[in-house]
Write a new protein. Structure first.
Length: 183
C-alpha cells in the first residue's frame, strides 16, 4: 500500500485534489479501487506524442497549403491566407487551436467531475481564441453541461480546475476566461 500512496502523491496535481481523494475514500472505502484505477488510467496517458504535418506552397498571401494529422482526421485539409484572415474555404491554425482547447478542456472537466464522484451526461464547450498583434492573446471557453446531482458551486470549482489544468490551457499561457452553465 505504501507504494500506491507514494504514486498517488507524485501524480496529484494539487494538495486540494489529494485532500478530496482522501475525503472520498474515508466516506466510502469501497471506492478506493475505483479511484486508484482512475488515477492509473490518467497516468497511462500522461506520456504520449502526437503529430501533424503542414505543407505550404507559394507566398504567404497568394500561396496555399494543407494539413494532415497522425489520426488522418485531417487529411490534406486545405488552408490559405483566405481561410485564415478572410472567409475562404478551409481551416486555419487558430480554429484548430480553438478546437484543441475545447476538446481538451471538455475531457479534463469530465475527469475532474469523475474524480469528485459525478458522471456528466453531456459537456458542450465552445472556444473562441483571439489573435492580436501576431499572437494568441486569449481563449474564451463557454461550457454548458448536464451533471446529475452536482451543485452550482461544485460545478464552478470543477470548471475552474479543468480550465487551469487542461494541457492546452497550460500550453496557451494567455488570458483564458470562461462562462459556465449547469443545466
Amino acid at each position: 500500500m505504501g507504494m500506491t500512496w507514494s504514486w498517488v502523491l507524485r501524480k496529484s496535481n494539487t494538495i486540494r485534489s489529494l485532500n478530496k481523494f482522501i475525503i472520498t475514500i474515508k466516506q466510502d472505502p469501497g471506492r478506493l479501487k475505483v479511484k486508484l484505477r482512475q488515477l492509473a488510467d490518467l497516468g497511462q496517458i500522461n506520456n504520449m506524442k502526437r503529430n501533424a504535418t503542414a505543407v505550404w506552397n507559394g507566398s504567404g498571401k497568394e500561396g496555399n497549403g494543407h494539413l494532415t494529422t497522425q489520426s488522418s482526421v485531417l487529411s490534406k485539409t486545405q488552408y490559405s491566407y483566405s481561410s485564415r484572415f478572410e472567409n475562404g474555404i478551409g481551416t486555419n491554425p487558430e480554429e484548430l487551436v480553438a478546437a484543441a482547447h475545447a476538446g481538451c478542456f471538455s475531457m479534463k472537466l469530465s475527469f475532474v467531475l469523475g474524480a469528485a464522484g459525478f458522471t456528466p451526461e453531456e459537456i458542450n464547450t465552445r472556444c473562441e481564441v483571439t489573435l492580436a498583434d501576431g499572437a494568441i492573446t486569449g481563449s474564451h471557453l463557454t461550457v454548458s453541461a448536464k451533471v446529475p446531482g452536482i451543485s452550482s458551486e461544485q460545478f464552478e470549482a470543477a470548471v475552474a480546475d479543468a480550465k487551469a489544468n487542461c494541457p492546452i490551457s497550460k500550453t496557451l499561457r494567455s488570458n483564458i476566461t470562461h462562462e459556465a452553465t449547469l443545466q
